[in-house]
Design a protein around this ligand. Sequence first.
Ligand code: NAP
Length: 346
Amino acid sequence: MAKKYRVGILGATGTVGQRFIQLLEDHPQFEITALAASDRSAGKPYAEACAWKLSGSIPESIGGITVQPIEPPLDCDIVFSSLPSSVARETEEMFARAGYPVISNSSCYRMDEDVPLLVPEINADHLGLLDVQRKKRGFDKGFIVTNPNCAILSFAPPLAALDRAFGVESVIITTMQAISGAGYPGVSSMDITDNVLPYIAGEEPKVETEAQKILGRLEDGSITKADFTVSAQCFRVNVLDGHTASVRVKLKETSTLEEVVAAMENFPGIDLHSSPPKFIEVLDEPSRPQPRLDRDRGNGMTITVGRVFPDNVFDYRFVGLSHNTVRGAAGSTILNAELLIDRRII
Ligand SMILES: NC(=O)c1ccc[n+]([C@@H]2O[C@H](COP(=O)([O-])OP(=O)(O)OC[C@H]3O[C@@H](n4cnc5c(N)ncnc54)[C@H](OP(=O)(O)O)[C@@H]3O)[C@@H](O)[C@H]2O)c1
């Protein structure tokens, strides 16, 4: 049997931490050997510390693991981090410095010049930044790679397809983000029931900047960001899982509707264990994508696109959807780890 890498999860009791545990059950390359969370949880068996909110039960092999504080050493080869950014910066650096590959969901390192912000299907070559990172920060074996904000996956893949084919000049994005994106317990039911909240703290700047780095080119050890401008408004909506984005895009080259759809549909995937059969799926039905019906496509790893039409003000418009705690968080981290193994970096 092939070697399994031992994984430690920081923030293991949270919304994303639970998704890691669910997605890693029976994973052929990883086994969970360490779980860490706040002082509230440390010292307790996982089953006692965690308010499990996913369908099914906590896997038997996990429930009895004692939760540890978020400090090295942990009994693992790789660290998956889903810590709040308030503690992630210091903690993730500490683990990287102690020699652990740190694969993070948190926002704090995403825009650092020497840290890859990965979507394996789009920019696996950005792993080239790790040499620069190790030199700059004096890391020996450890390093930090990140995955994007959960809302980015609902529009960056189709945007990447359009940018490669025709060039993107500018984009207007309105996100409709699920409740689980705020973690647990998240927004109060009194605030979100029968309501739409037009503000998610810190979200719009992330949506307006991360895609340009993801779609950027690695040149001489640094990323030249894609040069399009993004204007974003982010809303919290009464949906449990699945972030939706309404997108209007201005292209550099003229193109037909058929070419736009084909560029998205034919955007290549990547052959890793957790990658979906289809990276971007474009639907014709006028009422799709919908979070409840489409978020689980490709085990939650497919980006679903619909409503692709010419736009009266910009060139084209479309609606994108991705599962925020799978493709937008734990699933992306796991895919990044699979990429790192595939490229023999770990
Ligand atoms: N939810 C999403 O869809 C999503 C998507 C992408 C990225 N993210 C990012 O992933 C991270 C986690 O999000 P989440 O939704 O899973 O949040 P969450 O449900 O609030 O969980 C937070 C986790 O971090 C631990 N924690 C909190 N404060 C801590 C502290 N001071 N020291 C040590 N551990 C601490 C918690 O442990 P206790 O249980 O012991 O308090 C829990 O395990 C955030 O950075 C978030 O921005 C979330």
